[in-house]
Design a protein around this ligand. Structure first.
Ligand code: FAD
Length: 412
């Protein structure tokens, strides 16, 4: 019997892959009985923050990884594409429709048994256990992992707020993508004075206390907006508020621009791009209403900050993401130290391939090192004192990129 612990992005992908190859899977998911600090629903593959799965351009590292996952027949990517909504060059999804379909498909699979329970430890048995409990692994299971494997680290990550679109003042904002490539994004333009007062308010706003919070443990790619603001007067203008390539219908350019991205297919919800935050909720209302067009906006999901846990993979698991100590336990998803939705899915496909091969009496394999998925998995497994890693052209030389094979090729 195979047990998957955690019905997030990685857990859903691996459950689907194993079940669709004929294996019986028990999927243990603790929601809704026990919620994490970031998930809000009982659905599988809930996107906890942005509804963007990043670029689809293969010249971009994330786009390349997605193109490889497509060849490897990723279930999550297929569902994401079928619920995509306009988002320029990014794969942006209607989050409710996306997680709704993932849940429906998994629950309909006859060889998947879904058990809604918190797994607090892995029993001593001969079953295969795949731990996919993600950055918000329950504290009891995380304590067991730390005790059992002597491993564990964390960093801090935050979520951006979502607004109700009929509360946006459309007379002050304009639709446009950067460099006139469509009009999927809503843009809230700021002049210099507005930008400076907004920054002042952000820096001085009250934040929610977060247990053990340490600025040094913030993830560099997902800094809260107030931390970006604090780091320098122009930092936001070179980050999420950068105005380059954006002009209104009269061709007018602005000092800074806040972008809003559609959150659902019917356009009733928008999220504020790059506005991860740990401001107190009443402060989010007060400060974000200083943004032109958002004076009367209503936030329906506030930003929050959360500690992200992960293993120290180098000492805990081998290059196939199998526990060094207990040969029937695998790890996958963000708990292994990959960072990001798509990267978590990639690690699930990698582990699925090796679990299926083992059941077929075959040796485990690594994936080609000249592919983004192969390079990322190798980086995770071989780097001592790993800091979480996402797809990028630092771990894979752009000039060396090779073609990934298809799923059946790796399994058989
Ligand atoms: C605050 C925050 C914001 C993030 N924002 C982004 C973003 O915008 N873009 C991006 O690409 N990535 C983001 N990430 C990173 C990450 O890619 C996602 O969290 C992603 O969902 C990880 O996938 P996963 O399957 O490993 O974990 P998850 O999707 O979190 O799934 C883990 C599942 O395990 C369940 N679970 C936990 N413990 C137990 C237990 N003991 N027993 C049973 N079930 C359990 C949880 O309920 C959950 O359903 C963010 C992470 C955090 C914490």
């Amino acid at each position: 019997m195979i047990h998957v612990v955690g019905g997030g992005l990685a857990g859903s992908e691996i459950t689907y892959q194993l079940a669709s190859h004929g294996y019986e899977v028990v999927l243990h998911e603790m929601r809704p009985l026990s919620l994490t600090g970031v998930h809000k629903t009982d659905r599988f593959a809930e996107l906890v923050c942005s509804n963007s799965l990043k670029s689809v351009d293969v010249k971009n590292a994330s786009g390349l990884l997605k193109s490889e996952l497509e060849k490897l027949e990723s279930f999550i990517l297929r569902v994401a594409k079928s619920h995509s909504i306009p988002g320029g060059k990014a794969l942006v999804v209607d989050r409710e429709a996306f997680s709704g379909e993932v849940t429906h498909v998994i629950e309909s699979m006859t060889n998947v048994k879904v058990v809604r329970e918190e797994v607090k430890s892995v029993p001593e048995d001969d079953d295969i256990w795949i731990i996919a409990t993600g950055p918000a692994t329950s504290s009891k299971l995380y304590s067991w992992i730390q005790k059992e494997f002597g491993s564990g680290a964390h960093f801090f990550d935050a979520v951006a707020p979502v607004l109700q679109s009929d509360t946006i003042d459309m007379s002050k904002v304009f639709f446009a993508n950067r460099y006139q490539q469509g009009d999927d994004y809503l843009n809230c333009p700021m002049d210099k004075e507005e930008y400076i007062s907004f920054r002042e308010a952000l820096i001085n706003a009250q934040v929610l206390p977060v247990e053990g919070f340490d600025r040094k443990l913030l993830f560099s790619r997902c800094q809260p907006i107030e931390e970006i603001a604090r780091s320098g007067e122009d930092s936001m203008r070179f980050g999420p508020l950068r105005p380059v390539g954006l002009s209104d219908s009269d061709g007018k350019k602005y000092y800074a621009v806040v972008q809003l991205r559609r959150d659902n297919s019917i356009g009733t919800l928008y999220n504020i791009v790059g506005f991860q935050t740990r401001l107190k909720w009443n402060e989010q209302d007060r400060v974000f209403r200083m943004i032109p067009g958002l004076e009367k906006s209503r936030i329906i999901r506030y930003g929050v900050m959360h500690a992200n846990v992960y293993l120290e993979p180098y000492s805990t698991m081998d290059e196939f993401f199998k526990s060094r100590k207990k040969k029937n336990i695998f790890f996958t998803g963000q708990i292994t130290g990959v960072e990001g939705y798509v990267e978590s899915v990639a690690s699930a496909i990698f582990v699925a391939i090796n679990v299926i091969r083992a059941f077929n009496g075959k040796n485990h394999i690594t994936l080609p090192s000249n592919t983004m998925i192969g390079a990322l998995m190798a980086y995770i497994a071989h780097t001592p004192n790993l800091k979480p890693m996402y797809a990028n052209f630092g771990i894979l030389n752009r000039k060396d990129v090779g073609e990934i094979g298809n799923l059946e090729e790796f399994i058989s």
